[in-house]
Design a binder for this molecule. Structure first.
Ligand code: F6R
Length: 243
């Protein structure tokens, strides 16, 4: 695991976008997985601009969704699918056949089987960019998730349900999520975790410098020699002895 500390959110976003663009230049047919949420929005803006300026070409890439709230489809404004369409697929006119995302309206177990079968045939993911929840989740791999899991249904914790209300315009009942698993993350050619802001400092410290255990899913990063953790100064503020 290599930790990169940037000055602020904009620098974090720019750096992450440059890493993605560099990988796509090296492998134009990359399979890419982007998280949704607040953290990757700046990076996606840079990537969309780079692509519109012909500095990077995503036309041969395929995109796999990281996760989804069960009960929400891509036309629901606060769904992960909707976020990816709004912030990336639509502005770049990504071809539908290159998009493989979870449908939160489908039967959840079947949806996981569909994603697992797709990854079995096409995987592993080349570039997998995740954020971190305040409870250490990656995707919707909640505390206690198996490090060896593929796509699966996840029972959401109250911490995630409460924090996720920031994505919704009104109070929304959430119970289950569907998500790629920690095995998918560890098998990615380039697994990347991004975190920004003081509110993430405690969990980043726990994940990167505490014991490796499923109680903190993001602690799996400590085992991944090929992984990158990209932070801004605020998120890194509780780390000691960064090499
Ligand atoms: C979203 C996802 C989540 C978020 C995490 C951080 O697709 O997978 O794990 O990455 O909850 O969310 P933000 O970036 O909103 O702080």
């Amino acid at each position: 695991m290599q930790t990169i500390i940037t000055d602020n959110y904009d620098a974090l976003s720019r750096h992450s976008a440059d890493m993605v663009a560099g990988q796509v230049a090296a492998n134009p047919a990359s399979i890419i997985c982007f998280a949704s949420g607040e953290t990757p929005t700046g990076m996606l803006k840079y990537l969309v601009n780079h692509a519109l300026e012909h500095k990077v070409n995503f036309s041969e890439c395929r995109f796999i969704g990281l996760d989804e709230w069960v009960g929400l489809g891509k036309d629901d404004e606060a769904s992960c699918g909707n976020y990816l369409y709004t912030n990336f697929f639509t502005p770049l006119s990504i071809r539908p056949e290159n998009i493989m995302i979870f449908n939160g309206l489908a039967e959840a177990e079947e949806e996981c089987n569909r994603m697992n079968a797709w990854l079995q045939a096409n995987g592993p993911v080349d570039i997998m960019i995740v954020g971190i929840g305040l409870n250490g989740h990656i995707g919707l791999n909640e505390p206690g998730s198996d490090f060896d899991s593929g796509a699966h249904v996840s029972n959401l914790t109250s911490n995630t349900i409460t924090t996720a209300q920031k994505y919704f315009s009104r109070q929304t009942s959430l119970v289950w999520g569907i998500t790629l698993g920690l095995k998918n993350f560890s098998e990615a050619t380039m697994p990347i975790l991004m975190a920004s802001g003081q509110k993430k400092a405690a969990i980043i410290h726990q994940a990167l410098q505490g014991p490796v255990n499923p109680g903190v899913p993001a602690s799996i990063l400590q085992r991944l020699t090929n992984a990158y953790v990209i932070l801004d100064k605020a998120a890194a503020s509780l780390l000691s002895d960064i090499k």
